[in-house]
Design a protein around this ligand. Structure first.
Ligand SMILES: Nc1ncnc2c1ncn2[C@@H]1O[C@H](COP(=O)(O)OP(=O)(O)O)[C@@H](O)[C@H]1O
Ligand SMILES: [Mg+2]
Length: 374
């Protein structure tokens, strides 16, 4: 809902600003903006906003930034979106001028389109951070070599690869690391975001995605959480839009010709729920396994390095007690919960007591725990 008091305050602040500066600055005739994103990562939101009605946006932008000084290469923040969404001032005419009622505000949309699907994952995850998953890492090595020299591979190029395995085993993490280490663009789409409000939305998003990837080849397409869209035929009758998305996916995957260097990586927790025709397009299915004892130890050690408290733990014992847990469980359910438990009890050091608390409260069922004590 609109908050009039807040808006009035902002207006006054803006007017004050313009009053001070108006003496020695001209009003801007035109300002060109480029959406750049949020100032920090915000997992609940899509990285990018989509502006469909530019005229309306212009009015909205002028209204909220009225009286502000615009300097090229600085930023304006949209404070009505939380967290504030940033726009780079690409051009201000004249530079160092003030936004008035008559200032024209333009958005660069062509560049936006290219940027929109290209992951700009600013993670600093490295391939070496991923514990285990040797088969997947080997495949990544092949992909990297191929992208360095596509001609050499000819018809033997890697094309479509499916990562599958239990949740929290590192599928998304691995692709983030890949994005970090590769020079080529990586187009990421979360399958759940393809299910739009209107039938046809998902299909056209898939089409755009593949088009951009092939225009900018060599490139990689990553479709995360595939089970959400490429549902098995037996479920498709329930959802008309899903079967449309499946067909569009098939058309696009088949449309990539042999001499185009576009690699599609899909990820799913459950490959058996995926439409058979889609599944058969993947030349290789690579399983992500739960971490074994040594791997759990490494995951614990790696995560403990960043703990804000000291710790005094019997890691060998924790390894034994956490058989069957994924990397994510270890981090989120065990380490984080025990850290929070230590903080809540004003402990300076995380001890096995806190770990026990985490093991007991985590949603690991009793019957699973029984096996762990063997
Ligand atoms: N093999 C692994 N090595 C290191 N950390 C892992 C591993 N698997 C999972 N994790 C931890 O769990 C988190 C979630 O993993 P994620 O890649 O999102 O799982 P998935 O996509 O398979 O569901 C990661 O960010 C990481 O902290
Ligand atoms: Mg994932």
């Amino acid at each position: 809902m609109k908050n009039d008091t807040k808006k009035a305050e902002i207006k006054t602040a803006n007017q004050k600003q313009s009053k001070i500066e108006v003496d020695n600055r001209e009003y801007a005739e035109c300002v060109v903006l480029r959406p750049v994103g949020y100032p920090f990562e915000f997992s609940l939101m899509d990285e990018n906003i989509e502006i469909t009605n530019k005229e309306l946006f212009e009015e909205y932008a002028r209204d909220q930034w009225l009286g502000l000084v615009v300097k090229e290469n600085s930023h304006l923040f949209d404070q009505k979106i939380i967290p504030d969404y940033g726009f780079e001032i690409v051009k201000a005419k004249p530079n160092d001028s003030i936004i008035s009622e008559n200032t024209r505000i333009k958005l660069i949309t062509d560049e936006l389109d290219v940027k929109k699907d290209e992951t700009r994952i600013k993670s600093n995850i490295l391939l070496s951070d991923i514990v285990g998953q040797v088969n997947a890492k080997n495949k990544i090595k092949v992909i990297t070599k191929y992208l360095e020299n596509p001609e050499k591979f000819g018809p033997w190029a890697p094309k479509n690869i499916l990562f599958y395995g239990l949740p929290g085993t590192g599928k998304t993490m691995l692709v983030k690391a890949l994005a970090n280490e590769l020079e080529v663009p990586l187009y990421l789409i979360k399958a759940t975001s393809l299910i739009g409000d209107h039938v046809g939305d998902g299909a056209s998003k898939i089409h755009d995605l593949f088009k951009k990837a092939s225009e900018n080849s060599p490139s990689i397409i990553f479709i995360d959480e595939m089970d959400a869209i490429a549902l098995h035929r037996s479920f498709q009758s329930l959802r008309g839009d899903v079967s449309e998305i499946v067909n569009s996916l098939l058309t696009e995957m088949d449309g990539i010709s042999e001499n185009e260097s576009v690699i599609t990586i899909g990820a799913t927790n459950n490959p058996t729920s995926i439409d058979y025709a889609v599944r058969s397009r993947f030349e290789e299915e690579i399983e992500f396994k739960l971490p074994n004892d040594d791997e759990r130890l490494s995951i614990l050690e790696n995560n403990l390095e960043t703990m804000p408290l000291d710790y005094d733990l019997d890691l060998g014992k924790i390894v034994k007690l956490t058989k069957g847990l994924s990397g994510r469980d270890l981090k989120e359910k065990i380490l984080k919960t025990s850290l929070h438990n230590a903080i809540a009890n004003d402990n300076d050091t995380i001890t096995m007591k806190n770990i026990e608390y985490a093991l007991n409260t985590s949603k690991i069922k009793n019957r699973d725990i029984k096996g762990m004590f063997e």
